[in-house]
Structures are given as C-alpha cells and as structure tokens.
Design a protein around this ligand. Sequence first.
Ligand code: CMC
Length: 391
Amino acid sequence: GGLITLDSGFKNTGACESKITFLDGEKGILRHRGYSIEDLAKGSNFLEVSYLVIFGELPTKAQYEKFEKDIKRHTLLNEEMKNIIDGYPKSAHPMGILSSMTCALTAFNPITVNVNDPVALYEGIVKIMAKFPVLAAWAHSKTHGMPLNYADNSLGYVENILNMMFKIPTETYKINPIAVKALDELLILHADHEQNCSTSTVRIVGSSEAGLFASISAGVSALWGRLHGGANQAVLEMLEAIQNDGGDVEKYIAKAKDKDDPFRLMGFGHRVYKNFDPRARLIKKAADELFEDLGTSDPVLAIAKHLEKVALEDEYFAEKKLYPNVDFYSGIIYRALGIPVQMFTVMFAIGRLPGWIAQWREMRLNKEPIGRPRQLYIGEPLRPFVPMDKR
Ligand code: CMC
C-alpha cells in the first residue's frame, strides 16, 4: 500500500461526497438540501423535513400525504416483538432497548432493502419511519412498567410519539398541542447533521451491505455515548448537580477548565462548530416560548443561561471556540414535556432517523466502497512463539 496518513477521530478526513446537509462550522450555518435550518424550523414539520432530507426535495401535497399514509400502514409491530421486550429488566437503559429492538426488526422483516429496486427501497424507508417511534415509546413504557401502546393512526406522527409514551388504558390522554409543536421543532432540529459519529457508523455498517435496519441499530448505539447524543442526558444531570450544589456555576466552569479534572461542560463544544451552533440558538428560543405558552418555569433553565453567560465571557471557552451545542437546551424542553431524562437520547434518535436513512440511501445509491480505514502498526515486530510451559 501507499503512504498512510494518520487522522485520529477523522478530524480532517472527508469520507464521502454528499448532497444532504451543508454545515459551515466557522459561520454557524446549517442547511438541509439547501434549505436553512431556521426556515425549516419555522415553516415546516418533522415529517416534511424527513421527506426532504431522505428524498432531496420538499414533497408536493400529494407526495406528503402518500408518505404519511404509507408510514401509517406500517406502524404495527409483530406481536412476537413483545416477547423480546418482556425479557428486559425494568432498569434497562431505553437506548439499549431501542438499539437491540431495532435490530430485532430484521428478524420479523427479513427484507433486504435493495437500493436498485425503488419500490423495495421506499418500503424499507417507510417501515423504519413507522416502527422506530413505536419501539422508542415501548422502551419508555417498559422502563416505567407501563403497557405497550401502538400508534393511533388518527393522530399525526409527532402526536403519536407522545400518545404512545404517555397514554394509559384507564384514562384519556389529552395531547397538548403546545407539547406537539415543541417536540416537532426539536425533532426537525435533529433531523441530520452530516458525517457525525452515529451517521458515519450507519454508513460504515451499511457499506458492508448490511441492511437498513441493522445499520440504523448500530447508529443508535453510536448515538448513546455522552460525547454524542448522550450529551442531552448528561447536560440535565449536570444542571441538576449544579442546582443541588447551591447553583455555584463558577465552580463548575473552573472544573471544566481544570485539565486535571475529567469534568467537561456538557452541551458545550463541537467538532465542527467553532461558533454558535445554530440549533442551540433556536432551541434556547423554543425553550423560552414553551415555558411562556405552558405558563410554567424550570429553575434549571436559569442555571443553564447563567452557565452559558459565564462560559461565553470566559477566556478559556473563547480561545477554544466552545459554544453551546444542540444538546445544551434540548433536555430542558424534554423535561417540560414530561419526558424522563433517560429518554432524552431516545428522542434525539427519533429526530436523527431521517438523517440516518438519507445517508444510508445516498451511500448505497452512490455505490460507495466498503468503509475500511487503515492504521499505522506500532506493535511488536516478528518474534518467535514461546510454548506455554516456557513462559
Ligand atoms: N468543556 C471543557 N473543555 C472542552 C469542552 C467542554 N465541553 N469541549 C472541548 N474542550 C476542550 C478540550 O479539553 C480541548 O482542550 P485542549 O486543546 O486544551 O486539549 C479542546 O477544547 C478541544 O476539544 P477536543 O475534545 O479536542 O474536541 P473534539 O472535536 O475532539 O470534541 C466534543 C468535540 C463535542 C466531543 C467536545 O467538545 C465535548 O466533549 N463536549 C462535551 C460533550 C457534548 O456536549 N457533546 C455533544 C456534541 S454536539 C451534538 C451531538 O453530537 O450530540
């Protein structure tokens, strides 16, 4: 082989050409298929953005209605999936449940989503769009000892997520349109983010010609970690810790700056954004609007704002260009919607699903080769084998 360039963490390596998402980290710009994230957050809805991200164009009314209808046709899961979920302890983390249940779908839908067959490809896409939120809601129900609900196909995509999570058989769960609006916007803001850790995982797994569902399941696992999607859970736990510690924001800023202390300011910093994450800006505004609409408040929002202010005025954060990212304020919204902290990353996964699908589809349609990074070997040179009795 030729010369190998080492680039740990792929900080400077482009892995593909893509037409899906444009991101300018210096300027803090994010666009999907050419549309600004601000316009999409304001004027669109999650299902429409999903269609756009996956297929490349905004849907016509007929295309949108067909997409929605086709998704609704696939919201049932094979009842035997319940045997699998029954096996989990209640203490299981919902991300672990979601990842493995997504992979379990392959057993009941043994389709190989053939990218050269547009009908099969479309079928695979609507199936995973339909079934994934059901699995996410089941992960929530399981860990709360609640009954497993199915989608109510008279409801919209985002309404259904809340309904499946919170509906209990003895009561009518009244969906709050304010909650639906807030969740819809959050999901839009998570729809895609080019070659991040989970998306790269989906592409790499898919590049071996593993199926769509298996690739997405791997993406869920990649998202789980606290340096990636798991940061939204970590942020809220951090804000609560600060609150319980008397709200001493400065102490935590000092800890984050201390190189001997492993603590990092969760929800701050980004591999690509060296400026405000445009999603964080929109989410902060959405949080303010939500509390106004609900007529409630949350003391951790004030702590988060204080923390942001102190960090942004601090030399350390300025020098390293560390700004709030998408995960900094999102958890505060989830919490206001009654979503438990362990479910935050699951909500992120529902939002990122269209991005994973779009990137998998693009990768396969582009006939990209198998993802297979190289390495620089720095281990032992050849040495003679020593039998066990001589060691
Ligand atoms: N608090 C304190 N210091 C930080 C932070 C932070 N949150 N983030 C980066 N730094 C410092 C880091 O210590 C390093 O300093 P030095 O140059 O002195 O060694 C410098 O800034 C550069 O950081 P890095 O770790 O080399 O940057 P990276 O691109 O490898 O990591 C990151 C990016 C997002 C993993 C990192 O900023 C981080 O750990 N942030 C906290 C976790 C988080 O919020 N993750 C969510 C990311 S956004 C959306 C998502 O993926 O979910």
